[in-house]
Design a protein around this ligand. Sequence first.
Ligand SMILES: *Cc1c(COP(=O)(O)O)cnc(C)c1O
Length: 220
Amino acid sequence: MSISNRFLILKNEIPPKVKLIAVTKSQEPEQILKVYQNGHKIFGENKVQEIVRKKDLLPEDIEWHMIGHLQTNKVKYIAPFIAMIQSIDSLKLLSQVNRQGEKHQRIIDCLLQFYIAFEETKFGLDIDEATSIIEDPTFHTFNNVRICGVMGMASFTNNKVTVKKEFNNLSEIFHFLKNKYFADHDHFCEISMGMTNDYEVAIEEGSTMLRIGSKIFTNS
Ligand SMILES: *Cc1c(COP(=O)(O)O)cnc(C)c1O
């Protein structure tokens, strides 16, 4: 089956109000264009170098989402154009995104990345760390970032019960933060969860944003 067909079948399965980020890591512009040509404009990458390289080879109206671990010293390369940084995992990083946003006269949309998996290898915050970022005295001075919600990755397992619990936990974190800090912020509305192997469960648990790569780009 072609990339285009796999994309259209997937798109058809996803409720219209759930956004799809087509994850293009290890894909070249030729493949990415096959999805773009179906009218899709939102793509995600997990490496700064790859976003910067592919962006220049592809149409300008693509919205690029940074979904991988981001080093503070690399924010400057994506700050001029990035549509959303989904992987905020420290105050230092958020502060640097704000500084770069200021420099480029943009407000950069961000998600707080949470650590929800039982595996030890994933990046992300726990609720206490997130709270201390939000309650830090500098936080309200960040006029060039906008916190739009949360992001997380479930454990890499076929155990649907585990995955469901982890996504449910992320949903609860979202609602806790929404009620406590962002009740008046309409833009705090995103729960980014769900990949090729677990997007159905993610939708059941309230995902508003799926990040899917292999199911679109790889023949299985
Ligand atoms: C690679 C990646 C995805 C997409 O994974 P697939 O299993 O290929 O759908 C989603 N989110 C992040 C953070 C990733 O690195």
